[in-house]
Design a protein around this ligand. Structure first.
Ligand code: MN
Length: 317
């Protein structure tokens, strides 16, 4: 059983380094820090590190560690919530003695000695909670761990709303919910918006584009970001503003990201499969939620054209 195998490996190592994906979301950081906090509470003699950069919305979840290269030499590396080598934050993950992957995205490549990849989990945090439950006799859950794990469940499931939610997701949610962390403080951290952000949301609702085939989309240029004084991170995270519209079956956000020098692209759908389209343009992800990076607005327009065609085919099938 993979949950036991991973645990056995953890027992073997004194040093464990956990990696996440670039532009991490709360599920990614939640699984990373949740696992770190559990292992720290359970094994006082092990050194457990969480490395990589935060995004704005995950900073409240807890600090990241900066570690020197030599620590990797005898370390077990665990990467969470990412299946794709190119998307792992901090390429030193390859220097670990052994690498384990825990992920709920469709498998793209195998490169670890142990891979627990299963798309039936709604969140990577759901998998970490299971790892804990299957090895409960030797593992300790803390309030801090429960909080970050619950944050991951909430956000990757749209507050237990998406198709991906199962009875198991809810049961595991209850497993961590019973710990005494401050729920209202967590919701404030995850969901409260600034006035600038709210005004940007109003702009989105008034200015999104849509086609007669049911594709909704929004192009968010640097000018728009500057006008509303918001980050690319926040803007691209708002893709689900277009989620619950009767006439729209697929929706996309294209956001200028000056730090990346690219246009961030998020695809969402409640009908047509979108990860193949993302893959065609160098990206990937889940069947109804995926993304890629675009070099220029011409590429964006080609994607919109393809996406509209997918919507048309879906409507006519
Ligand atoms: Mn996830």
């Amino acid at each position: 059983m993979i949950q036991k195998e991973i645990f056995e490996k953890i027992l073997e190592y004194e040093t464990i380094i956990i990696h996440h994906h670039v532009s991490p979301d709360p599920d990614c950081i939640g699984s990373q820090l949740g696992l770190k906090y559990i292992l720290q509470a359970s094994f006082k003699d092990k050194s457990v590190y969480a490395v990589g950069a935060h995004s704005n919305r995950t900073e409240f979840m807890g600090p990241m560690d900066s570690i020197s290269d030599d620590i990797y030499q005898d370390a077990l590396v665990i990467i969470v919530d990412v299946g794709d080598k190119r998307r792992i934050d901090d390429e030193r993950f390859m220097n670990g003695k052994e690498i384990i992957k825990i992920d709920h995205h469709p498998l793209t490549e195998e490169f670890c000695s142990l891979e627990w990849v299963d798309t039936t989990y709604a969140a990577a945090t759901e998998m970490i909670i299971e790892l804990y439950l299957y090895n409960k006799k030797q593992l300790v859950m803390t309030e801090e761990a429960a909080m970050v794990l619950y944050a991951g469940l909430l956000t990757d499931t749209g507050r237990f709303y998406y198709n991906s939610v199962t009875e198991r997701t809810l049961r595991y949610g209850a497993e961590v919910y019973q710990f005494g962390f401050d729920k209202q403080a967590l919701y404030a951290n995850l969901y409260y918006k600034s006035i600038a952000e709210m005004k940007f949301n109003g702009f989105l609702m008034n200015h999104f584009h849509y086609t007669e085939n049911g594709l909704g989309y929004m192009k968010i240029t640097q000018e728009i970001l500057d006008e509303f004084n918001i980050t690319a991170d926040y803007a691209s995270g708002m893709v689900n503003t277009l989620a619950n519209i009767k006439e729209i079956i697929m929706w996309m956000f294209f956001t200028d990201d000056k730090d990346l020098g690219k246009i961030r692209t998020s695809f969402r759908s409640r009908g047509p499969i979108v990860n193949k389209l993302a893959a065609k343009y160098g990206g990937g992800g889940h069947i109804w939620a995926s993304g890629t990076l675009c070099d220029d607005w011409d590429m964006v327009d080609r994607i919109i054209k393809d996406a509209d065609k997918l919507c048309e085919e879906f409507q006519n099938q």
